[in-house]
Design a protein around this ligand. Structure first.
Ligand SMILES: *Cc1c(COP(=O)(O)O)cnc(C)c1O
Length: 312
C-alpha cells in the first residue's frame, strides 16, 4: 500500500466531550480511533519516516523494549506498506523465544526482524558494536530512534494541532460557550521520550495558540524530559508548557490500585478505553488537577488520547 495515499485518506479523529469539573470542561482527542494497529501518536510520529523509507526504498531499523508500542506500530506499518523493518530489542535473554511478549510475537508475525542486545549495548543504540555491525555501511538503512522520536516525528505530531485547529476547534468549543469558542485553554499529553509533546509545541507555535501544554511523564523522575524536549525542539523555550512529574503512579509500567480503579470508572462512564502505561496515568492526573482547581472562569481542557491499546 502507498504510504502517501493511505495518510491522505485518514479521517480526522473526533474530539469527545467528557464532563465538567469546577467550571472546567474536559474533552478528549480520540487518536486511539485512528488505526487499530499503527495506533495513536505512533501513526502520527511514523508518517514521514514511512514516506521516506517507501520513496527511497529503505529498511527501517529502530529500538525498543519487549512491550514497546513503537515497535508494535513499526512492525505493523512495515507489513502494511511493504517496508522491511528491523527491531533492536533490549534484553539478550529474549533470544529465548518462549520469553516473548505478545508485542514481540506480533512484531515477528508482521515480518519484523528482531535483534536482541544486552542492556549495556542497548543504551549505546546505533553507536554500539552489535548495531554498528548490523548496519555496516548499508546506505539503504534508515535509523529511527527509540520511540520514533526524530524531527520527522515532530512534524507528524504537529499535525495533531493542525487537525484540531482546521477541522474541529471552532464548532466544538462554541457548544460550551467559553472564550467564544476560540481555543482550548490547556492541552495534556502523556510523555515517554517527549517527542509527541515537542511536536505538539511546534503545532501550537505555528498556529500561535495561547493554549498551555502539559506533559505527563510516565517514568519516575521525568524531569530530564525538560532538556530532552528542548533538544528535540529548540523553540520550546519560547512556548508555554510544563511537565507534571509526580503523576507516574510509582514508575514506568507500574500500576497502582488507584490507577486501575480510576481507569475502570473512566472506561465505564465515558466508554473510552485507556492503557495503564500512558493514557490511564494521563487522564488520572488531569482529573485530579481539575478537581483540585478552583477556576472561577470557564475553561476548556483537551486531553490527547495517544492510543496504546495494544499494550492492554
Ligand atoms: C509511545 C507512547 C507515548 C509516548 O510518546 P512520546 O512521543 O515518546 O513521548 C504516549 N502514549 C502512548 C499510548 C504511546 O504508545
Amino acid at each position: 500500500m502507498d504510504v502517501k495515499e493511505f495518510y491522505k485518506n485518514i479521517a480526522a479523529t473526533p474530539i469527545q466531550y467528557l464532563t465538567t469539573i469546577n467550571n472546567i470542561h474536559l474533552w478528549i482527542k480520540r487518536d486511539d480511533l485512528n488505526d487499530e494497529l499503527i495506533q495513536g501518536n505512533k501513526l502520527r510520529k511514523l508518517k514521514y519516516s514511512l514516506l521516506k523509507a517507501q520513496q527511497e526504498n529503505k529498511i527501517i531499523i529502530s529500538f525498543g523494549g519487549a512491550y514497546s508500542n513503537h515497535i508494535a506500530a513499526l512492525a505493523a506499518a512495515g507489513k502494511r506498506f511493504g517496508i522491511a523493518t528491523i527491531g533492536v530489542i533490549r534484553g539478550e535473554e529474549l533470544n529465548d523465544e518462549t520469553k516473548h511478549s505478545h508485542t514481540l510475537q506480533e512484531a515477528k508475525v508482521n515480518g519484523m526482524q528482531l535483534f536482541f542486545v544486552s542492556r549495556q549495548e542497548y543504551r549505546l543504540k546505533e553507536q554500539g558494536d552489535a548495531v554498528r555491525k548490523l548496519v555496516g555501511n548499508n546506505d539503504k538503512i534508515l535509523i529511527v530512534p527509540e520511540g520514533g522520536s526524530n524531527q520527522l516525528a515532530l512534524l507528524g505530531a504537529s499535525e495533531i494541532v493542525d487537525e484540531i485547529v482546521n477541522e474541529q476547534l471552532h464548532n466544538i468549543l462554541a457548544t460550551k460557550g467559553a472564550k467564544g469558542g476560540q481555543y482550548f485553554d490547556r492541552l495534556f499529553c502523556a510523555c515517554g521520550t517527549g517527542g509527541t509533546l515537542a511536536g505538539i509545541l511546534k503545532g501550537i507555535a505555528k498556529h500561535t495558540l495561547p493554549t498551555k501544554v502539559y506533559g505527563v511523564p510516565v517514568l519516575k523522575g521525568g524531569g530530564f524530559l525538560y532538556d530532552d524536549i528542548k533538544r528535540l525542539n529548540p523553540s520550546a523555550k519560547k512556548c508555554n508548557w510544563e511537565l507534571i512529574i509526580d503523576a507516574h503512579c510509582g514508575g514506568y509500567a507500574k500500576k497502582s490500585s488507584e490507577l486501575l480503579q480510576f481507569m475502570q470508572e473512566f472506561e465505564e462512564k465515558f466508554t473510552v478505553l485507556l492503557d495503564p502505561i500512558y493514557t490511564g496515568k494521563l487522564c488520572k492526573s488531569v482529573f485530579k488537577l481539575a478537581s483540585d482547581g478552583n477556576a472561577n472562569q470557564e475553561e476548556n481542557w483537551l486531553i490527547y488520547h495517544s492510543g496504546g491499546l495494544q499494550g492492554r
